[in-house]
Ligand binder design. Structure first.
Ligand code: CAA
Length: 499
């Protein structure tokens, strides 16, 4: 293992836990001891949580041998470099490894943003150089992207994939393209979330809550940016933009500013959130809305089941419900439908200042996401009352503007479109993309499973509404999505989308 930062130490732990000896190489003794400290802290945490015994900890630890220098790598079968993302450093390391390692050894790079091909070309034996891309935190996330280049010798990807399986990971084999699968999909979505924050579309806590409560992702995009590091995120976005050139990949200015300011995330104790005790997950999230529940609500809906369900839930919470906008009430609540603005209904009710929408991302169930939709004329009191009502109903409330997709959809639809475009480009098929996002980023369902669950037509409608409203090319629906919507076929069954 060349480089024992957070990722290197995590990967060393993965190998050592699987019974494989690791030679740990760092730039100097201080860096080495810091790296070993990261490994020790992670193993001690597992002992504290009752996941390892002290004896197992000692055994795992004994498999990791801090090395005096590169010459200790002479006998290894595989060298993985996990050093900073600078091509000149990687090239120097490849040259050293060429010098000391046996000709049969495989040389892997964990790069997340540089071209594996360009790194391989720095070796005298580029056929044995491959990408082996792990995810943060490496001991937990199960994906390894195995990245072959046009120079990689036949069989190397299969050997590395077998090894990944042996250490408990799931390999997905891909070609060398910027961001591979997971980062090419994840980073534009995170960047878009930061753009929504920067433009005042929604608050920090609401953006993260929309993703966790609405899309059921393990972390919100802003908290995840802090975990990955804003500097790392910026460099990946720059590489994606350089490779694909599309506006979707342009780093949002706030990302660059935060990185420039050294507010790089958890590792710096400060990023989008503050981490007063470095390393701790200390950001505030969840519900910050004050409880000022309205006593009488005018409910306006489409006369469908959602409206009826909402009416009975509000009544069951002890709040009077009226359907007549002429009756006095504390709040006009519009049962919002995806893809349809609430402003016309708010204006029709005659009291638009007192009107907000309530959009349920899923079922009306405890903890599920409720988007409190505010128009340009909704008063702050009405928005607070709407949020308090949602909380009273046991829902998780976020505020969203009356724009297509509200908040969760605005985050999700372009992300799903990116996945479809990747498949349309022939880079990876739905199954590999779903596996990558589930095992690399902890998604409970992959992008194609999400599309199939919602229906391609619903995702298409959401994207079309965003594209019509903003005119941005990044919201243009990919033809493959439109074809699935028109034919009514799921990606799980679609033969044309199965690469
Ligand atoms: N090191 C080792 N183990 C860790 C850890 C770390 N840094 N963080 C968490 N864990 C372990 C915990 O010890 C715990 O293990 P046990 O169940 O055995 O006790 C387990 O992970 C779950 O941890 P928590 O209960 O503390 O927290 P959680 O359930 O909220 O899960 C999480 C934490 C695994 C990080 C989860 O939030 C998650 O999956 N988040 C998404 C992370 C993600 O997307 N990673 C990819 C980033 S992109 C990338 O890495 C690629 C790149 O090139 C930039």
């Amino acid at each position: 293992m060349i480089g024992l930062g957070t990722m290197g130490a995590g990967i060393a732990e993965v190998f050592a836990r699987a019974g494989i000896g690791v030679v740990a190489i760092e730039v100097d003794a201080a860096a080495l001891s810091r790296g070993v400290g990261i490994l020790d802290a992670s193993l001690s945490r597992a002992v504290t949580r009752g996941r390892l015994t002290a004896a197992e900890q000692a055994e795992i630890r004994s498999r990791v041998r801090p090395a005096a220098g590169f010459s200790d790598a002479a006998a290894v079968d595989l060298a993985i470099e996990v050093v900073p993302e600078r091509m000149e450093i990687k090239r120097e390391i490849l040259a050293e490894l060429d010098r000391v390692c046996s000709p049969d050894a495989i040389l892997a790079t964990n790069t997340s943003s540089l071209s594996v091909t360009a790194i391989a070309a720095a070796s005298k034996h580029p056929g044995r150089v491959i990408g082996m891309h792990f995810f943060n935190p490496a001991p937990v996330m199960r994906l390894v992207e195995v990245v072959s280049t046009v120079l990689t010798t036949d069989g190397v990807a299969a050997t590395v994939s077998d090894l990944a399986r042996r250490v408990g990971k799931t390999p997905v084999q891909v070609g060398d393209r910027a961001g591979f699968i997971a980062n090419a999909l994840l980073l534009p979505y995170l960047n878009h979330a930061l753009h929504l924050l920067a433009t005042g579309y929604a608050s920090r806590a609401d953006i993260d809550t929309a993703a966790t409560a609405g899309i059921r992702l393990p972390m919100g995009p802003l908290a995840l940016l802090d975990l990955i590091g804003l500097d790392t995120a910026l460099s990946i976005m720059e590489v994606l933009h350089g490779e694909f050139g599309l506006p979707r990949y342009m780093p949002t200015p706030l990302l660059r500013r935060l990185a420039d300011a050294g507010r790089t995330g958890r590792k710096a104790g400060r990023g989008i959130y503050e981490y007063p005790n470095s390393g701790s997950d200390d950001h505030q999230s969840g519900n910050e809305h004050p409880p000022a529940t309205p006593r009488t609500v005018t409910l306006i809906g489409a006369g469908d089941d959602t409206e009826a369900e909402l009416a009975s839930a509000i009544a069951a919470a002890g709040i009077n419900v009226t359907r007549n906008a002429a009756h006095p009430s504390d709040l006009v609540l519009i049962a919002a439908e995806a893809g349809r603005p609430i402003l016309p209904a708010a204006l029709a009710a005659g009291r638009p200042q007192q009107a907000v929408g309530l959009h349920l991302a899923g079922k009306l169930a405890a903890g599920s996401l409720a988007e409190v939709v505010q128009t340009s004329v909704s008063s702050a009191d009405a928005v607070q009352a709407g949020a308090a009502l949602a909380v009273k109903l046991g829902l998780t409330a976020v505020r969203a503007p009356d724009r297509p997709g509200f908040l969760a959809g605005t985050l999700l639809y372009p992300h799903l479109a990116d996945a479809v475009r990747m498949c349309q480009d022939g880079y990876a098929g739905p199954a590999d993309i779903d596996t990558a996002m589930k095992l690399g980023c902890g998604y409970p369902r992959g992008p194609f499973e999400l599309i199939d669950a919602a229906g391609a037509a619903a995702v298409l409608t959401g994207l079309e509404a965003m594209h019509d409203a903003y005119g941005y090319p990044e919201f243009a629906p990919p033809p493959l999505l439109a074809e699935h919507a028109a034919a009514g076929i799921a990606f799980a069954d679609g033969s044309r989308s199965a690469l």
